[in-house]
Design a protein around this ligand. Structure first.
Ligand SMILES: C[S@@+](CC[C@H](N)C(=O)[O-])C[C@H]1O[C@@H](n2cnc3c(N)ncnc32)[C@H](O)[C@@H]1O
Length: 189
């Protein structure tokens, strides 16, 4: 699938109808989400035919993008049931399969298949200090089995700089839209 087609399909997804600030619910917009998953697939071979987990999947954007790029299996995990309902209907609309699990990431004890790749746009850690790093540590733990087998180097690299556009979503937002400079990271444990 071409990048433009992926971006356009992601543009049709429903997003948080009642976003919860405590959970830092900010959707990854189609421009960034498509580039993030397309790069993971086509530059690094991390998506196609892989088992992909989307931690804090929200309405399913990153997981669905992975499914569209032929992940073998996608598991979306979020603590918020309303978001998971939206993720399910988004996946059904696009006729892709993703498994959805309601779980607080802090309590996740993985018994399922080996996860090759974790994709995520985690909470930023602005509401609950350190929650971004909690997500990262969990992700690294769950791909450790594969990591130990297939990788012997640790790497953490910034692939590119992007602008994460946040529309006016919460009462305390004063501006109509804000562009936040973010980095797209890739970690290999
Ligand atoms: C920044 S949003 C990203 C949503 C989605 N991944 C996307 O890219 O559009 C962070 C997501 O993490 C979820 N979340 C926050 N804390 C969580 C926790 N402790 N366990 C699981 N999910 C959590 C929120 O409900 C929200 O959907």
């Amino acid at each position: 699938m071409k990048l433009k087609q992926l971006e356009s399909l992601l543009g049709n997804l429903d997003q948080f109808t009642e976003p919860k600030i405590d959970l830092e619910q900010y959707p990854t917009r189609p421009h960034i989400a498509s580039r993030m998953i397309y790069t993971a697939a086509n530059t690094f071979g991390d998506i196609t035919s892989k088992v992909v987990a989307d931690f804090g999947c929200g309405c399913g954007t990153l997981g669905i993008a992975s499914a569209l790029l032929d992940a073998e299996n996608v598991i979306g995990i979020d603590v918020d049931s309303l978001s998971l309902e939206t993720a399910l209907s988004n996946a059904e609309d696009l006729e892709v399969n993703i498994d959805l699990v309601q779980c607080d990431i802090h309590h996740l004890e993985w018994r399922g298949p080996v996860v090759n790749t974790v994709v995520m746009n985690p909470p930023f850690g602005t509401r609950k200090k350190g929650s971004d790093l909690d997500f990262l540590l969990k992700a690294l733990k769950h791909i450790k089995r594969v990591a130990l087998r297939d990788f012997n180097a640790t790497s953490a690299e910034v692939l590119c700089e992007l602008r994460f556009d946040v529309p006016q979503m919460y009462k305390f937002h004063k501006k109509k839209e804000v562009d936040i400079a973010v980095d797209l990271w890739r970690f290999t444990p």
